[in-house]
Write a protein that binds this ligand. Sequence first.
Ligand code: PGA
Length: 225
Amino acid sequence: MQKWVVANWKMNGSKNLLNEYKKIFQKHEKLIVCTPFIYLGESAEINLGAQNIHWQPKGAYTGEVSASMLVEFGVKYCLVGHSERRQHFHETNTDVRAKAETCLGADIMPIICIGETLEQYEANQTHEVLERQLAECLPRGQGFWIAYEPVWAIGTGITPTTDEISEVHSMLREKLPNTTLLYGGSVNGDNAATIFSMPNVDGALVGGASLDMATITKIYSASAK
Ligand code: PGA
C-alpha cells in the first residue's frame, strides 16, 4: 500500500522549488508539502500543509496566521508542535493541544509531532515522554495524525534502529488504532524504503531531504512499493 510522504521545508525553499514539486507531484495524492506560509497561496494542484497555526480565530497576534486564513487558501494539513517550535518558540503541550483543536474545528488535519530528546532517550524515558505528550497534546475529537520524531534524529543524519521505530509505532498503534502514524527524523533516499516497509508506519515526515528534487522523488517512489 502506498504510504504518505509529508515534506517539511521548514524555513527553506523558494517559488522555484514549489514549481519543481508541482511538475512532479501534482497528480500524486499521497504527498503533502508543508511550506512557509508565504508559498501556501501558490498552488492548488498539490496537497499543501502549513507548519504552524494560531489557536485564536483572529486578533492582535502580530506575525501569526489563523485557521480561517489557511482554509481560504485551500490548506488541508498543518504541522502542530514540531520540536523546533517547541524548542525555539517555547510551545508547550497545552499550546499544541489548543492548536490541534483549532485545526479540527476548521477541517484542517493536524499532524501532531511528538518525540523524546537525546537526554530522555539515553535515560530510557522514551515511552514515558511519549505517553505524557499524548496525554497532554491530543485534542478532544477525532481526525488527527501523529508524527513520531525523536528530537535527536532531526537533522542529524542519525535514525533510531528499525526495532526502536517499530516498538514506538506499535505502542502508538495500540493506543490510536485508527490514526495515521508518520515517522520523521533523518529520513533520506537510502533509508526510506526500510522505514516505509514497517507495518505500523503509515508514512514519513521528511525535512532536509525534501529540499532536493532527486531525493524527494526517490523517497516518493519508495513510498509506493
Ligand atoms: P529531517 O527533519 O528530515 O531534516 O531530520 C525532519 C523534521 O524536522 O520534520
